[in-house]
Write a protein of this length. Structure first.
Length: 74
């Protein structure tokens, strides 16, 4: 996964969240339907897809989709 658009498509297609590129900077708690289960699912999927582990505290501090993606893209 190399672009934020691919990451957003993953959230939309796999989680069923109705998110678009316009939502990338919105706070996670402002996204319709977002909850901690989505974060857990996303972490598991991203670790598998990128073969990279990101420390949980960093993930919990990420305020939006852009920041979550940046943690895995770095």
């Amino acid at each position: 996964m190399t672009t934020i658009d691919e990451f957003i498509a993953l959230l939309r297609d796999e989680l069923g969240l109705e998110v678009t590129a316009d939502d990338a900077g919105r706070r996670l708690d402002e996204l319709p339907g977002w909850d901690s289960v989505h974060l857990l699912w996303m972490v598991a999927h991203m670790e598998e897809a990128t073969d990279r582990q990101v420390p949980l505290p960093a993930l919990l501090e990420a305020p939006n989709i852009e920041e979550l993606f940046a943690l895995y893209a770095a």
